[in-house]
Write a protein that binds this ligand. Structure first.
Ligand code: UFG
Length: 355
């Protein structure tokens, strides 16, 4: 069996983390997950978060889970004393744009400080391969579309975005200081969808900030109607355009990145977009979801949301060329799989265990 090296996944009980862990197991990697359970449900009698239990059942393999907060460097050190890692995938972070404007220090502490803690421990243990969970938000307001990796970064519109940008700068400096480091920064566009089984998916805390989970909760009757933030953008129908990417495609991008890093012995800092290259408007997403769910999504047009940009979509050719990755799922798959998960588990992971 190839690929039997240990991968540490920080934030592995989150939405992107859990789907990536499943993809890693299916590709014969051995996985250790650390998570502080800040945004993941765990039954008090269970040893692992519910999403990890389900991932293990789907893969028929087990995952080592350790509760650990990346803001605590000592506890990360203990994990490195216990296990030997070849590569780290670093997801652990706070991610709500609006909240980041209210609580900037928490965002800088977790996203920037937490990453520095992790890098310190990696350095001490001579583990210098990292896959970093970055975001298209680092491009700020796009100067030109589609977005390519060589475009200017940093003109971010909120503290969350700035934490992602700052960490990328730190990683570039680190790679410049020591040629042994290998960092692939994956810049995600808009991850949506769920595993096709409907057993794992996005389980937002409280009112969803993002479009797709909000639409899904309207469809299932948890929320009355969707607010569409503005229809006066310079787009074909006036509503915001984004590059939505299926979570399973995103997960496979991480596995491809690890294989690329290892087999090609990649060194230094490399940023890679993960998107489909296609933009869809809010109204197009509503239509696609209505088709997939056979539900009507009531909506009303309201004011623009502060900090929103008009359009964003990727040039995904670098991921294709370098990582040998390509997105395979379309907008209908994204809506169908989101709906499957939402209607199977309307209360998310708290809805009950797998049968
Ligand atoms: N939208 C609505 N109503 C909602 C939610 C969203 O109309 O209730 C619209 C937004 O205005 C935007 C589109 O749907 O036009 C997508 O919004 P999301 O909140 O789903 O996604 P964003 O593109 O705003 O945010 C995503 C990530 C962030 C990241 C940001 C910038 O979720 O983490 O991209 O890259 F910071």
């Amino acid at each position: 069996m190839a690929n039997q090296c240990n991968i540490l996944v920080t934030g592995g009980a989150g939405y992107i983390g859990s789907h990536t862990v499943l993809e890693l197991l299916n590709n014969n990697f051995t996985v250790v997950v650390i998570d502080n359970l800040g945004n993941a449900y765990k039954d008090e009698k269970a040893e692992k978060p519910e999403c990890i239990i389900r991932v293990e059942k789907l893969a028929n393999k087990s995952v080592i889970f350790e509760e650990c907060d990346i803001t605590d460097e000592n506890s990360i050190e203990k994990i490195f004393e216990k296990y030997k890692f070849e590569c780290i995938i670093h997801f652990a972070a706070l991610k709500a744009v609006g909240e980041s404007c209210q609580k900037p220090l928490e965002y800088y502490k977790t996203n920037v400080g937490g990453t520095i803690n992790l890098l310190n421990v990696m350095k001490k243990n001579n583990v210098k391969k990292l896959i970093y969970s970055s975001s298209a938000t680092v491009y700020g307001v796009p100067e030109k579309l589609p977005l390519t990796e060589d475009m200017k970064t940093g003109n971010c519109t909120n503290p969350y975005g700035r934490t992602k940008y700052i960490v990328e700068e730190i990683l570039k400096d680190l790679c410049a200081s020591d040629p042994d480091w290998s960092v692939i920064s994956l810049r995600y566009f808009n991850p949506v969808g769920a595993h096709p089984s409907g057993e794992i998916g996005e389980d937002p805390n409280g009112i969803p900030n993002n479009l797709m989970p909000f639409i899904a909760q309207v469809a299932v009757g948890k929320r009355e109607m969707l607010h569409v933030y503005g229809n006066d953008y310079d787009t074909p129908d006036g509503t915001g355009v984004r590059d939505y990417i299926h979570i399973m495609d995103l997960a496979s991008g991480h596995v491809k990145a690890i294989i690329y890093q290892k087999t090609k012995n990649i060194k230094g800092f490399k940023a890679v977009n993960l998107g489909t290259g296609k933009g869809f408007s809010v109204l197009q997403m509503i239509k696609a979801f209505e088709l997939a769910s056979s539900k009507t999504i009531p909506y009303k047009i309201v004011e623009r949301r502060p900090g929103d940009i008009s359009s964003s979509y990727a040039d995904a050719s670098l991921a294709n060329k370098e990582l040998n990755w390509v997105s395979t799922k379309n907008i209908d798959d994204m809506c169908k799989d989101t709906w499957n998960w939402q209607k199977k588990y309307p209360q998310g992971f708290k809805s009950g265990s797998i049968q």
